[in-house]
Design a protein around this ligand. Structure first.
Ligand SMILES: *[C@@H]1O[C@H](CO)[C@@H](O)[C@H](O)[C@H]1NC(C)=O
Length: 208
């Protein structure tokens, strides 16, 4: 169960949407599958928010939408199935997922998506901005965070040892201009930690 929380100035709107954790990984290979999947997800959201509507809340979307993407809340699905259909590529602010290089001065952009926290609001025109975020049961988030950090760390096992895994990571991070998972909290801390643990276990297994 996840909740999308929408704040627009003084008016705080609470949209309750059901986002099942199982719907997070997206099938990108097959467009039809992808469409069906998104259709189901969006209908589910619509139904659950209709059921929770108390009439007083009116959604008033401002010029700029800031989607505050808290990790492991189904934000990727929300972005892919919902925001991607509402906004064109051109309407997304350049480098919006990238805190350090994000430039809010781009005049025509309408969508900012960020893993950053609410402090990003200080860079945005407050009176013209609506904020949406998704909340999820914190315990589910902890388990999901654990699983995802092990999954990402395990990708490094293609390297022979920890030293060469670290070396490759540094090289890739320096070359790439896109935001890497390893730049983002909490993966920034958890993945290197899990990676070290996984390599230590590999050593144990191969030395017996
Ligand atoms: C780690 O692996 C690389 C090859 O990928 C090798 O050249 C290096 O000697 C290894 N280092 C250790 C400490 O085993």
């Amino acid at each position: 169960m996840a909740r999308a929380l929408l704040r627009s100035g003084a008016l705080a709107l609470l949209l309750v949407v059901a986002v099942s954790a199982a719907s997070l990984p997206l099938a990108r290979s097959d467009d039809d599958d992808d469409y069906k999947r998104c259709e189901g997800v969006v209908k589910g959201w619509a139904d659950s928010s209709a059921a929770n509507e108390n009439g007083a809340d009116k959604l008033s979307l401002k010029d700029l939408l800031f989607f505050l993407h808290i990790p492991r809340t189904g934000g990727r699905t929300y972005f892919h199935c919902f925001l991607r259909k509402l906004y064109t590529n051109d309407q997304e602010c350049p480098r919006s997922y990238d805190k350090l290089r994000f430039d809010p001065r781009s005049p025509d952009c309408k969508l900012v998506v960020s893993h950053d926290d609410y402090s990003l609001m200080s860079k945005l025109p407050r009176e013209r901005t609506s904020v949406v975020t998704i909340l999820r049961n914190p315990l589910d988030r902890v388990f999901s965070t654990y699983e995802f950090s092990v999954e990402v760390a395990a990708r490094f096992l293609v390297h022979q040892n920890l030293t060469s895994a670290k070396l490759m990571t540094t090289r890739v991070l320096m070359k790439s201009c896109a935001v890497s998972t390893l730049d983002i909290w909490p993966w920034k801390y958890l993945v290197p930690w899990m990676r070290e643990d996984l390599f230590a276990r590999v050593c144990l297994f191969t030395s017996v």
